[in-house]
Design a protein around this ligand. Structure first.
Ligand SMILES: Cc1ncc(C[n+]2csc(CCOP(=O)(O)OP(=O)(O)O)c2C)c(N)n1
Ligand SMILES: [Mg+2]
Length: 817
């Protein structure tokens, strides 16, 4: 049956033959993507790849979305989007297979260099030297993560960047921003599965996008399932667009534009996306597209089969409404200007056949490339093992290992390395040349592979922190002592006028300048676009920062108190901390997270869960300044560099007087370096943050008892004392005490491992190391609660004194005995 069609306005502008060609190109891409999914699954099931999760069933909707995606735009999506990535020209079939096999060469597997499982996509924002590429000359995708809805927080920031770029006029004239924006006309495209909309991050981001009115086009691929759990268990009213209907904008009230379409309806998808993106791009209004009736022909992933949980009827429906089948029907039955359908059956079959062939060829090429490197190691290892056998009394066993390895079917590196290690265990104590060669090979290959799988945790560009020259605070004698918050505020003032790309936002950051007034007056001076209030939503505050940092801005995201970082630790850990690593340095988000913490009052304003944070946040700097002067100088250093960081200001220190440096906005505190605040000979006391100041008080008391303490401020927990100055100090004192207000075995365990094991401090100790930390319960309220929950001057004094008494009871008579 022939149908009339009203295709896109854009399509209508072009002549008929081009239009027809485009439709057939779309069909070809849909087929190639589908063949990729089908063959990909087989590659996993036959053991060549470990895991597969594919975009089958979502092809046509993604082709429609890609048509509206322009240079400079950004995607933040999830593992189903292979067709979209292919359609925007940022992924080809060979690269897809390279990802499936875990190819580690970034030029062959540009998504993550084999670090992420296949189906996790990204484009390169940075070149091989760590310099920004021109993002306006390419189509961009932020790097996917696996946690469901984990893409939502950063999506908000990607969209908000357009708003900032549009409204922050000062940037329009600056040449360096031409590579990031054209006056904020870029749209951020989000994708998510129906089930993942149950996550808090989704709701948080959607609400915030509606409040902020940012150009975000959010697509929901609604295939009715989250693995085996059907939509009715996920979503109120069994429909996300219905659940969100209160978000719909009206004449009177801004909000979202909500559009509904079907995953198999090619012309409707195309017109829906055209409309959606126009609204977002021109009006800066967020749009939700609920793409219903999406299928999942192969089920969720290679881990199982959907026949276990889908009914016969559902499986049958999925067959009938397969988007490619429907697309084919559309092509075969729609009559064009020339009075004929867009294609004949034969033409369609030829496209399908060709797609199958192309995908097969590309898969083979990817496999061949993937094996090349490994196979040269494989051959070398077998030869080296045979050489060892020739010189060893254990030859029979060794040759057997060589033989097993040579007969292995496509062995991976693990298999090769395990065999080499096994052989070395067979020749322990022998001294032949071949053995030595095998050891050398193993060692150099181990270094190579640690790099292959572990590089790029931190930045390695010209702007990495190690390349920023420190500069000490200066005092020309005239400076007054002021409340510490003034130092931060005035330092930020300098930084904001020096770097127009800095923006800050958080709860109460804008109008009142922060709960501790360290941004006082900044909103009046720099405007609401640069200094703003946010809703209470820590996860997306960080996401705003990540997204904007991905687009060349320098956000300072404020989390009101350290205790509430827990709401955001997911995005910090999963997204921010892994970004540089998971893209092998091809994306950066130099976000500064500013918070304040450690002790104040009560269970949720005195937390110091530093052990948890530093274990979750490997990949970002964690700065723990003891006062505002140090904190301010850390911000200055960070803003010169391009690394992400968390700065925890001491919460109880804002009203303490500090001398105001004369070179605010200029001095730069080195990061990764400790400060020896006081020299001493009896004991090395290591501390940081708020507690450092108590330790300093205790040290004064200890002096009166004739105990000379070398007092060291750690300053940054990540990275930790890069110059090993603490173990240098131990050479002098031979005694170590660590004071912090995390629970026992929290950050203090980390510090002990760093000093005793990594810095080999163990060999320098004459006494048992001592840790003074908080109690294991949350800190109780009030001064007395604090005194009995957290380390006090008395605790520090007592522990230090007892340590010295143990070494010389005559000199240090009993304190408590
Ligand atoms: C935070 C988190 N919880 C659980 C998972 C495991 N998981 C992976 S995909 C998935 C279902 C997602 O369903 P949906 O959002 O509908 O996307 P679909 O796969 O159907 O496209 C689950 C539970 C995960 N990756 N992350
Ligand atoms: Mg689903």
């Amino acid at each position: 049956m022939a149908k009339d069609t009203t295709l896109t306005k854009e399509s209508n502008k072009i002549d008929f033959s081009t239009f027809k060609k485009e439709i057939l190109e779309d069909y070809k891409l849909a087929c190639e993507s589908r063949e990729t999914s089908l063959l990909g699954r087989r590659e996993v099931l036959t053991g060549k790849a470990k895991f597969g999760i594919f975009g089958d069933g979502k092809e046509v909707a993604q082709i429609a979305m890609a048509k509206q995606f322009r240079n400079g735009d950004f995607r933040s999506g999830y593992y189903r989007d292979q067709t979209f990535m292919m359609a925007i020209g940022q992924l080809n079939v060979k690269q897809y297979f390279a990802g499936l096999y875990a190819e580690t060469d970034l030029s062959l597997e540009p998504m993550s260099g084999g670090r992420q499982m296949g189906g996790h996509f990204a484009t390169h924002s940075m070149d091989e030297n760590g310099e920004w590429k021109n993002l306006m000359e390419q189509k961009n995708s932020s790097s996917d993560i696996s946690p469901t809805a984990g893409q939502m927080s950063r999506l908000l920031g990607l969209a908000q960047a357009s708003k900032v770029y549009r409204e922050h006029k000062e940037l329009h004239a600056l040449e360096k921003f031409a590579k990031f924006t054209n006056k904020g006309n870029e749209v951020a495209f989000g994708t998510i599965g129906d089930a993942s909309t149950s996550e808090g991050q989704f709701w948080e981001a959607m609400n915030a996008a509606g409040v902020l009115q940012v150009p975000m086009v959010m697509s929901i691929w609604d295939d009715g399932y989250g693995i085996s759990v059907s939509r009715k268990h996920q979503t109120i009213k069994d429909s996300i667009s219905e659940a969100l209907s209160g978000f719909q904008r009206t004449e009177e009230q801004p909000g979202f534009e909500i559009l509904i379409t079907k995953g198999w309806d090619y012309p409707h998808l195309i017109s829906t996306y055209e409309k959606a993106v126009q609204i977002a791009r021109e009006e800066h209004v967020p749009v939700l597209i609920h793409v219903q009736e999406v299928t999942q022909p192969q089920g969720h992933s290679t881990s199982g089969s959907h026949e276990r949980y889908k009914s016969e009827d559902r499986l049958q429906w999925e067959k009938e409404f397969d988007p490619i089948l429907k697309f084919k029907e559309f092509i075969l039955t729609t009559v064009g200007e020339d009075g004929k359908p867009f294609a004949t059956n034969e033409e369609i079959e030829a496209i399908e056949k060709e797609a199958k062939k192309t995908v097969r060829e590309q898969q083979k090429a990817a496999w061949k490339e993937f094996r090349t490197n490994i196979e040269s190691d494989w051959t070398t290892a077998i030869q080296l093992i045979k050489n060892v056998a020739n010189e060893s009394p254990n030859a029979t066993f060794i040759n057997k290992e060589a033989e097993t390895l040579s007969k292995a079917m496509d062995p991976d590196r693990k298999e090769i390395f395990s065999t080499v290690n096994k052989v070395l265990r067979l020749v322990i104590g022998e001294s032949g040349n071949a053995r030595k060669q095998l050891i050398d090979w193993l060692q150099s290959k181990t270094i190579e592979n640690r790099e292959r799988y572990g590089s790029h945790l931190y930045a390695n560009s010209k702007k990495s922190i190690g390349n920023i020259t420190p500069l000490a605070p200066e005092y020309d004698g005239e400076e007054e002592f002021v409340d510490a918050r003034i130092i931060l505020r005035d330092n930020f003032d300098h930084l904001f006028s020096k770097h127009p790309e800095i923006i800050t936002f958080g709860e109460d950051t804008g109008k009142i300048g922060g709960v501790n007034q360290s941004m006082e007056g900044m909103q009046e001076k720099y405007g609401e676009i640069r200094v703003s209030d946010t809703g209470i939503r820590e996860n997306t505050i960080i996401g705003q920062g990540i997204g904007m940092a991905l687009r060349g801005l320098r956000p300072i995201a404020e989390i009101q108190y350290l205790d509430y970082l827990l709401y955001a630790i997911q995005v910090v850990s999963d997204d921010l901390a892994t970004l540089h690593y998971r893209t092998k340095g091809r994306q950066i988000a130099p976000l500064i997270i500013r918070t304040r913490g450690h002790r104040l009052e009560g269970i949720w304003h005195s937390g110091s869960p530093m052990g948890m944070i530093i274990n979750a946040a490997r990949g970002i700097y964690v700065c723990v300044p003891r006062n505002a002067t140090q904190a301010a100088g850390m911000y200055t250093t960070l803003l010169e560099s391009d690394e992400p960081a968390l700065v925890i200001e001491p919460l109880n220190g804002y009203r303490i007087k500090e001398q105001k440096p004369s070179n605010l906005g200029e001095y730069r505190i080195p990061l990764g370096k400790v400060e020896i605040v006081q020299e001493g000979t009896d004991l090395t006391l290591v501390s940081y943050g708020s507690t450092f100041n108590l330790a300093a008080e205790a040290v004064k008391e200890l002096e009166k008892a004739g105990i000379s303490v070398e007092l060291i401020d750690v300053q940054t927990l990540l990275p930790f004392d890069l110059d090993h100055e603490i173990s240098e100090s131990l050479k002098k004192t031979n005694r170590l005490m660590i004071v912090d207000e995390d629970v026992s075995s929290g950050a203090s365990a980390f510090i002990l491992d760093q000093v005793l094991v990594k810095q080999k401090g163990y060999y320098l100790l004459d006494s048992q190391p001592v840790t003074v930390s908080a109690q294991d319960h949350r800190p109780a309220y009030g001064s007395d609660g604090d005194y009995f929950s957290k380390p006090s001057i008395d605790d520090i004094y007592r522990e230090a004194y007892q340590l010295m008494r143990e070494t010389n009871p005559e000199k240090y008579p009993g304190l408590l005995d």
